[in-house]
Design a protein around this ligand. Structure first.
Ligand code: AMP
Length: 397
């Protein structure tokens, strides 16, 4: 069966058409500037050059229509007709406490996702728009919702409650939810597979280090703690997000700089992280280049970043009373050997040793720890789209 995987944002829509049997990507692409002047679709059929189509997309339905046209286009297409799409898998950011697993999308499910909108006001409404647009363009094709938060619903109360008045949890469900669940789940399962390890009897820590970044403690195959919280702002220092800070800083800075709460949130989400610290960039390639040229702020930003990752790993070793495997994934985790090395240098007390030659490899599944390292350290490229396609197929008859 071919599965269309959709990741819909407020003005963008990413897609992949995946053959669920071979697990090959038949085509992928991105619609940008939906609802804005200058919309365009970049469509890449597997093994062929990408095509860029500049065409107005006044709404997401127009974007989905254009994607379907390209997928079936005689020249750029990869299928003959829409009947060759057996199901659609949607990435949904927030499933609150309602969704501990992926689910077939029904009217009730749409309503339940809507009820989580408050928890992810920038993401969930856009995800719902994507669902509605696909429903309109492909009536009758089964659709599945795959939630970023679902994998973390196994966290125990001690990990998900904040030290806040309990009534905020009772009234508003303020708690840790965590994100990147699809990635943490995929990577931990893949690590167990590669190592021939019984996942039901394992202690893993997955470091998803991308533009957004989070660490997850995976005990016996289940998430027991993770660094992102009610929103993706908590935890690690990220590309542009601050991660953990003393909450009192918000009042302090907002008074000094005369910033509203909304402006303060923009600072924490968009102007902080390694971009804010370095004054250079949120992209680690730029940071590495700047640091190599002697830019001290860039070098410091990398140090602060790696130190935070190492502290989280340490805390999850404590949470699980040990660790068998540590995995690095996502843009930085997969590509930046220097960051991995810096992080692992803090972990000598766990008996971790890194093989520099293996650590220098790129873009492949590899164990980067030495033979005698007491904990296995791996790089496993994440594949959230494939994970969504698998979840979708599992639920569609
Ligand atoms: P992601 O959000 O997983 O796509 O990760 C994006 C981040 O990964 C970028 O901002 C870069 O900092 C980093 N990244 C991607 N490719 C490379 C690379 N080849 N070398 C170093 N960092 C990379």
């Amino acid at each position: 069966m071919n599965v269309l995987v959709i990741n819909c944002g407020s003005s963008s829509l990413k897609y992949q058409l995946i053959d669920s049997v071979s697990e090959n990507v038949l085509a992928k692409g991105l619609c940008e500037r939906i609802t804005i002047d200058g919309s365009r679709l970049t469509h890449t059929p597997a093994g062929r050059d990408k095509v860029v189509i500049e065409k107005p997309m006044p709404d997401h339905t127009a974007a989905v229509k254009l994607v379907l046209e390209e997928l079936t286009d005689p020249e750029n297409g990869v299928i003959q007709s829409l009947e060759e799409i057996g199901a659609v898998g949607h990435r949904i950011v927030h499933g609150g406490e309602k969704f501990a697993a992926s689910t077939v999308i029904t009217d009730e499910v749409v309503q339940a996702i809507e009820e989580c909108n408050d928890l992810a006001p920038l993401h969930n409404p856009a995800n719902l728009i994507g669902i509605n647009a696909c429903k309109e363009c492909m009536p009758g094709v089964p659709m599945v919702a795959v939630f970023d938060t679902a994998f973390h619903q196994t966290m125990p109360k001690k990990a998900y409650l904040y030290g806040l008045p309990y009534e905020y949890y009772e009234k508003y469900k303020v708690r840790r939810y965590g994100f990147h669940g699809t990635s943490h789940s995929y990577v931990s399962k893949r690590a167990a597979q590669i190592l021939n390890l019984d996942i039901k009897n394992s202690k893993m820590i997955v470091c998803h280090l991308g533009n957004g970044a989070s660490v997850c403690a995976v005990l016996n195959g289940e998430s027991v703690d993770t660094s992102m919280g009610l929103t993706p702002l908590e935890g690690l220092i990220m590309g542009t997000r601050s991660g953990d800070i003393d909450p009192a800083i918000m009042e302090f800075i907002s008074k000094k700089e005369q910033l509203s709460l909304e402006e303060m949130m923009t600072v924490l989400n968009k102007k902080s992280g390694v971009a804010g610290l370095s004054k250079v960039s949120s992209d680690f390639r730029d940071l590495d280049a700047a640091a190599a040229q002697g830019n001290e702020l860039a070098a410091d930003a990398l140090q602060v970043y790696a130190y935070r990752v190492a502290k989280y790993i340490g805390s999850y070793v404590a949470a699980m009373n040990g660790v068998d495997v540590i995995c690095f994934t996502a843009g930085v985790g997969e590509n930046n050997s220097a960051v991995r090395k810096m992080v692992c240098e803090y972990l000598g007390y766990l008996g971790i040793a890194i093989d520099d030659e293996k650590n220098a490899l790129r873009g492949e599944e590899v164990t980067i720890s030495t033979e005698d390292s007491r904990v296995r350290v791996m790089v496993i490229p994440t594949n959230e789209e494939l994970a969504i396609a698998r979840e979708t197929v599992a639920l569609v008859p």
